[in-house]
Design a protein around this ligand. Structure first.
Ligand code: HEC
Length: 195
């Protein structure tokens, strides 16, 4: 009985003595490291790191997750070289063209048209001119590789779309463009029959 009174008194003293009159300080805390974690500020100075700051530069040659380098230069030679499809990933053949439809409608159709005939809304309103149909009659030798090149760097009035699309999204769109190209090529006006 005596023991328990003593214990209660001790606990009560501990509670009471933890408070203090100054409301701007927390008083005594019994689990200090849980209340105040030793977090570091990203760019704060640090003694023990090579560059003198908490945040470190990535190791030389580091590649961001999901980033795929593209080596061909933004030049006529680069464009011609892209046609050999060396940059096309193996999974491209398995992509379902329809998976790129929505992306195409967001990023390309206002210029190239829903059907890829070159009659997007900006063309109709004459904001941008010179947009070709994807059909083989207008663009006889484009390939998935060259379309990738044009998405990366743009071409004349078409700007680069590299920053707006991830690697996978680019190939999805290209698969859809190849489908539109097929449709456009099939519906292209047949050559005038010789009279
Ligand atoms: C601002 C309007 C605009 C947008 C948006 C646009 N394009 Fe273009 N695109 C053009 C124009 C203009 C050309 C013709 C460039 C030239 O040859 O002068 C072109 C050309 C092309 C060509 C043919 C390139 C070649 O090799 O001759 C392809 C393929 C193409 N675009 C794909 C796309 C795809 C895919 C998208 C969406 C990611 C897209 N474009 C978005 C305006 C646009």
């Amino acid at each position: 009985m005596k023991k328990s009174i003593l214990l209660t008194a001790l606990v009560a003293t501990a509670f009471v003595s933890a408070c203090n009159g100054d409301k701007s300080t927390p008083g005594y805390t019994f689990m200090d490291d849980m209340y105040r974690s030793p977090s570091l500020e990203t760019y704060a100075a640090a003694e023990n790191t090579a560059q003198g700051t908490e945040a470190q530069l990535p190791v030389e040659g580091t590649v961001a997750r999901g980033y795929v380098p593209y080596d061909l230069p933004n030049s006529n030679e680069g464009y011609e070289a892209s046609k050999n499809n060396a940059a096309v990933p193996a999974y491209f053949a398995e992509l379902n063209a329809e998976d790129g439809k929505e992306l195409y409608s967001i990023f390309c159709s206002h210029c190239h048209g829903d059907k890829g005939d070159g009659n997007g809304i900006l063309m109709e309103r004459e904001k941008i001119l010179g947009i070709p149909s994807y059909g083989a009659d207008r663009l006889p030798d484009i390939t998935p590789g060259s379309i990738y090149h044009v998405i990366m760097y743009g071409k004349n009035n078409m700007g680069s779309h590299a920053s707006q699309l991830t690697y996978d999204e680019r190939w999805k769109i290209i698969q859809y463009v190849m489908k539109l190209r097929q449709d456009q090529s099939a519906t292209a006006a047949p050559a005038e029959p010789a009279a």
